[in-house]
Write a protein that binds this ligand. Sequence first.
Ligand code: ADP
Ligand code: MG
Length: 248
Amino acid sequence: MTSHAGISINGLNKSFGETSVLKDISLDIAPGERVVVIGPSGTGKSTLLRCLNYLDRPDSGTIRVGDLTVNPAKASRSDILALRRRTSFVFQNYALFANKTARQNITQALITVKGQSKADAQARADEILRETGLADKANSYPAALSGGQQQRVGIGRAMALDADLMLFDEPTSALDPEWVGEVLDLMRRVAEKRQTMLIVTHEMQFAREIADRIIFMSDGQIVEQGTPEKLLETPQDPRTQAFLRRVA
Ligand code: ADP
Ligand code: MG
């Protein structure tokens, strides 16, 4: 695997109208680190991930990936495209193109985001479809796939980009329970490759297994963070303690 850059987030702020959703978030993620974010709903977890991909534009704060630094005060279109090549996003609702096959969903991303030729994109897509166990679904449209298969395509699409950081926003929350296991299995395989991952999930057992670090967010701020053992067994902040009692 190619060597990947670390991520450094410094002083990130984001408001929607009068509502301050991210309050001065700073966070470094080392290459190969798997970080899980937990916290109550409405706390800014999705907004944080979306800002890292500039799906939401931060109001202030810098995002640095390797030699690329993106700052909303002076981010050019090409900076934003460069950031999107370096971060890839797995959405809760898969966000596949309904009028494209599994294979076309992956090739399209490689062509648009990475500027690959059609032939290179197709070769990479076929490799990814094999790796995600979807080779026999290459020509299926999303509507003909189970939720689990659709999300595996969504993860495959993000894997294909070979990004420095993969962002997962509650990737199993929209799934019927029967499909959760296969999606978590695929994420475990991604993690085993030391892919740097930032994952929002409520799957606490999975988080405990996979995370190098768990971050508890509340009200737009990082309240506390630590190893799974430390954060889950001996949470220090009353908000973390209350949250963990609810999800346990
Ligand atoms: P979480 O993922 O932790 O549940 P979100 O990041 O989705 O939280 O949302 C944090 C807050 O920001 C919520 O109050 C939500 O209503 C608000 N919010 C998120 N996106 C938008 C938007 N595009 N416009 C207005 N408010 C938004
Ligand atoms: Mg969310």
